[in-house]
Design a protein around this ligand. Structure first.
Ligand code: FAD
Length: 555
C-alpha cells in the first residue's frame, strides 16, 4: 500500500463545466476558509460548451435561466451560440479566481470513503501519461454532467461500411469538414438535429433531416422582447432576476399544462408549427409525435429557423426507417433512397452518471442502481457526497445553482456542529421507488437500469420543478433524514468529559462513521481507535419538511 502523505482539500469538485465553475464560485464566497480544488479530465474549462463544435451549436433553453443567478447573462440574445456560452463560463471562472483551482487533464475514476478517517480518497488518471494520482477530500462534489465524453451514441446501421461518403457524429465534429455544396443527411430529430439542419443548409447543396419519429418543436424569438425592453429601464441585475423568474415560471407552466392537458398542448404546438410551414405541408407525419408533450425534452428553434429553411426548400424532412446504407447514401424502409456525401448521426448521447466515478464506502463498492436519490443531489447512505443533475424540463443551471447553495449551507451546518460527516438515511425499505429520470427519451431509457432510484415523496423525489426545489433546497432544512457524525475526544481513564475536535475537513484521525440508514448503503465498520474515539451523534431527523403528506410531496 502506498504510504506517501496525500494532498488534502476540504471540498473536491469533479468537473470544470458550467456546474463545477458555478459551484466553486459559490463555495469561495460562502466559505472562503475552505480549501477547494477542481479535477477536470479535459484540458479546458467549459465542458459541454467546449466539447461540442458542430455548426450552429447553441443553447436550447434561454440564457436568463441557463446563466448563473449570481452573474447576469450579458447579452440581449435569449438563445445563445456555443462559443458565447463558453466565453461566459470562462469569464466567470476568471473573474472569481476559480481558474487557479483547476487541475486539468485528471480524470477521477474511483473515490473511496473511509468512515474511520471521515474522508474520501480520490483516484484520478492523468490524460497525458496515464499515471494514477490520488488525493483526499472531506467532501466530494460531482459536477460531471450527464453523458460520456468518450463517445456519443451511434446505433450500428447496416451497410455503413460501404458508404463512400463521410459519417460524422456531432460530439466529434471534424474541424475541417467541408460541406459547402454537398448533399447532407442528418439522422435524428432532437435538439442537435434541429440545430444542425438550418446551420448546414446555409452552404450545403441540400440537407435532409431523416427521423424515425417526430419530436415536438417550438419556435421562440432569439431576442426576448421583454428582456430588450427591461434592459433600458432596470439595472442589469434586477432585469436579469426578473427575466429569470419569468422564464422559469413560463417553462414550468408549459410543462404542467402538458402533463395536465396533453391534448390541448398537442393542439397548440401543432398549430404553432403549421403556421410556419407552407400550406399542404404534412405536419402530422413530421411534427406530431406519438408521445405526449414533455414526455421527452422539447426542441426549441430560435425565430423558427428550421421551418424557414424547410419552407424555402434548402432542407427537407423525411420520416422513415433506415434499411441500409448504400455506396451513395441511404435506402429507407419505404423503398425511397437518399443520396448523400455526408451523413451526420445526430443520434444522441450515452448517459453517464458521476462521470463514471466508482464509489466505495469502507472497501465496499457502491452500486448506484441500488441507491435512492436524496433531494436529487445526494445518494442515500453515501456520506459527504453531492452531485449536480440539472432539470430535464428547464435550464440545467436553475438546479445547479440551488444544489451549490445547498452544499454551502450543509457544510456550514456541519462546521457549526463540528460534524465530520453526513449521509442521507434512506427511505423506508418498503417505500415505493421509481426510475431516477422521468423521461422517455432514448438516452434515458438506454441507461435506466444503472441509474439510482427516486422515491415518490420528498426528500427522495427528484423534483422537475424549480419552485418546489426553491423551497426544498434553498429554504428547507439541511438536516432532515440525515445522519451526522462528529469526532470527539476519547474519555480518559479517569472518566473526564469528552471534547469535540475537528470539523468537516479537519486533519485525519480515527473516528466518525456514518450510521447506516434504512434502505441506504451501509458503511462497514466504525473506526474508533487510538487517541480519538468516534461517536455518532444521534441522527437529526426532522420528520416532515414542507408538505407533510406523502401525496402532496409528489413532484
Ligand atoms: C449540445 C448540448 C446542448 C445543450 N443545451 C442545453 C441548454 O440549452 N439548456 C440546458 O439546460 N442544458 C443544455 N444542455 C445540457 C448541458 O450539458 C448543461 O446545460 C450544462 O452544460 C451541464 O454543465 P455541467 O458542468 O454540469 O456538465 P458538463 O458541461 O458536461 O461538464 C462536465 C465536466 O466534467 C468533466 N468530467 C466529467 N467526468 C469527469 C471525471 N470523471 N473526472 C474529471 N472530470 C470529469 C468533463 O470533462 C466536463 O468538463 C446541453 C447539452 C448538450 C450536449
Amino acid at each position: 500500500m502506498p504510504t506517501e502523505p496525500l494532498e488534502h482539500v476540504d471540498v473536491l469538485i469533479v468537473g470544470a463545466g458550467l456546474s463545477g465553475v458555478g459551484a466553486a464560485c459559490r463555495l469561495q464566497k460562502s466559505a472562503p476558509e475552505k480549501s477547494v480544488l477542481i479535477l477536470e479530465a479535459r484540458e479546458e474549462i467549459g465542458g459541454t460548451w467546449d466539447l461540442f463544435r458542430y455548426p450552429g451549436v447553441r443553447s436550447d433553453s434561454d440564457m436568463f435561466t441557463l446563466g448563473y443567478s449570481f452573474r447576469p447573462w450579458p447579452a440581449a440574445e435569449a438563445i445563445a451560440d456555443g462559443p458565447s456560452i463558453l466565453d461566459y463560463v470562462r469569464d466567470t471562472a476568471r473573474e472569481h479566481g476559480v481558474e487557479r483551482r483547476i487541475r486539468f487533464g485528471q480524470r477521477a475514476f474511483r473515490a473511496e470513503w473511509s468512515s474511520a478517517n471521515a474522508r474520501w480518497t480520490v483516484h484520478a488518471r492523468r490524460g497525458e501519461t496515464g499515471e494514477t494520482v490520488r488525493m483526499s477530500c472531506a467532501f466530494l462534489y460531482c459536477c460531471t454532467g450527464y453523458y460520456s465524453y468518450e463517445e456519443g451514441y451511434s446505433p450500428s446501421f447496416p451497410g455503413s461500411e460501404r458508404f463512400a461518403g463521410e459519417i460524422v457524429h456531432p460530439q466529434h465534429w471534424p474541424e475541417q469538414l467541408d460541406y459547402a455544396g454537398k448533399r447532407v443527411v442528418v439522422i435524428g430529430s432532437g435538439a442537435t438535429a434541429v440545430t444542425l439542419v438550418p446551420a448546414m443548409a446555409e452552404t450545403a447543396q441540400h440537407v435532409t433531416m431523416l427521423q424515425r419519429s417526430p419530436t415536438y418543436v417550438v419556435s421562440l424569438p432569439s431576442r426576448d422582447p421583454i428582456a430588450v425592453a427591461m434592459r433600458g429601464r432596470l439595472p442589469a441585475k434586477a432585469a436579469y432576476a426578473a427575466m429569470r423568474w419569468k422564464n422559469a415560471a413560463l417553462t414550468l407552466l408549459s410543462f404542467n399544462l402538458s402533463r395536465r392537458a396533453p391534448k390541448l398542448m398537442r393542439k397548440l404546438l401543432r398549430r404553432g408549427v403549421a403556421s410556419q410551414l407552407p400550406v399542404g405541408f404534412d405536419v402530422d407525419t413530421h411534427f406530431n409525435p406519438t408521445y405526449n408533450p414533455w414526455q421527452q425534452r422539447m426542441c426549441l428553434v430560435p425565430d423558427g429557423d428550421l421551418f424557414k429553411t424547410v419552407s424555402d426548400g434548402r432542407a427537407s424532412i423525411v420520416t422513415d426507417r433506415i434499411e441500409t446504407f448504400t455506396e451513395s447514401g441511404l435506402k429507407l424502409a419505404s423503398g425511397a433512397e437518399l443520396d448523400a456525401e455526408i451523413v451526420v448521426t445526430a443520434t444522441g448521447l450515452n448517459l453517464l452518471l458521476l462521470g463514471g466515478l466508482e464509489l466505495a464506502i469502507d472497501g465496499r463498492t457502491v452500486d448506484p442502481a441500488s441507491t435512492v436519490g436524496y433531494k436529487g443531489m445526494m445518494l442515500a447512505g453515501v456520506p459527504n457526497m453531492a452531485f449536480t443533475l440539472g432539470y430535464t424540463n428547464a435550464s440545467w443551471t436553475l438546479k445547479a445553482d440551488l444544489v451549490a447553495e445547498y452544499v454551502c449551507r450543509l457544510l456550514k451546518h456541519m462546521d457549526e456542529r463540528e460534524c465530520v460527516s453526513c449521509a442521507p438515511l434512506g427511505p423506508d425499505s418498503s417505500a415505493q421507488t421509481e426510475p431516477f429520470i422521468d423521461l422517455r427519451s432514448g438516452y434515458v431509457l438506454r441507461s435506466i437500469e444503472v441509474l439510482p432510484k427516486q422515491g415518490v415523496t420528498a426528500p427522495w423525489r427528484l423534483h422537475q420543478n424549480y419552485f418546489r426545489d426553491l423551497r426544498l433546497l434553498k429554504r428547507g432544512p439541511v438536516d432532515d433524514h440525515m445522519s451526522f457524525t462528529r469526532r470527539v475526544a476519547a474519555r480518559p481513564a479517569n472518566g473526564a468529559a469528552a471534547h469535540p475536535a475537528g470539523g468537516a475537513g479537519a486533519a485525519p484521525g480515527n473516528g466518525a462513521a456514518a450510521p447506516p440508514g434504512n434502505g441506504a448503503v451501509a458503511p462497514a465498520g466504525n473506526g474508533a481507535a487510538g487517541h480519538l474515539a468516534s461517536e455518532a451523534i444521534a441522527p437529526v431527523v426532522v420528520e416532515t419538511y414542507g408538505p407533510a403528506p406523502a401525496k402532496s410531496a409528489r413532484g
